[in-house]
Write a protein that binds this ligand. Sequence first.
Ligand SMILES: [Zn+2]
Ligand SMILES: [Zn+2]
Length: 237
Amino acid sequence: MQQQKYPLTWQKENFFIKIFCSIPNIATGILIKAGENYFVVDPGDGILRDLNSEIGTNKILGISDLFVTHGHHDHVGGVWSLLTYLRVMHKQTPLSIHFPKGCVEIESIYNAFRKVYSKTLPYEIILKEINKPKSFKSKNITIKPFPVIHKEYLHDGITTRQVPSLGYKFTFGKLKICYGGDTAYCEELVNHAKDSDLAIIEAGHDEETPDDMHMTLKEAKSIGETAKEYFLVHVPE
Ligand SMILES: [Zn+2]
Ligand SMILES: [Zn+2]
């Protein structure tokens, strides 16, 4: 399957996913629906607008979990507005934010948000730092986080460092969706994508030579093809 126009949607039985967009350096935004429960993955810029037109206020208020793969702005740019909207609209139920250990962006957004709004917050925010790739449940889905390889350049434009980064495998009943987030080719993703009902694989590297930040189209396809169906995302436009 080739790169497609956004949004991308997929559904099997009562398991539904909509990728509003996944554009490197701009924004990502993903909604999962399992039965009657809604979950959000990588709330980049524009997520509130997209959620509002897709499911409306009441269902947005019912969202129980945000899953963040890593702290780059194109994956977390919508967190502040989403948290604020939930406050303004009087969300009553807790919101868990799952993120990789060491992701200072989420910690900083949360701390700043608490500083501004802690006295007027009608709902509880539960930060769930992920340290170990252990499965856990939320509502009616099982989530298996797994480490991936994603680096970023330092100021000199030459030196790189590893960014705390995860992929997630979401299981609802017998159906499995694997989302790798931003990653170079890595065994963890190869293993988790294999035999998934849907694999969402980034192909963010715009050259033929592999590197340790993103995957080439060829690498991404080779992983995607081991799943029953796949989407290629995060392809440079
Ligand atoms: Zn990205
Ligand atoms: Zn990234």
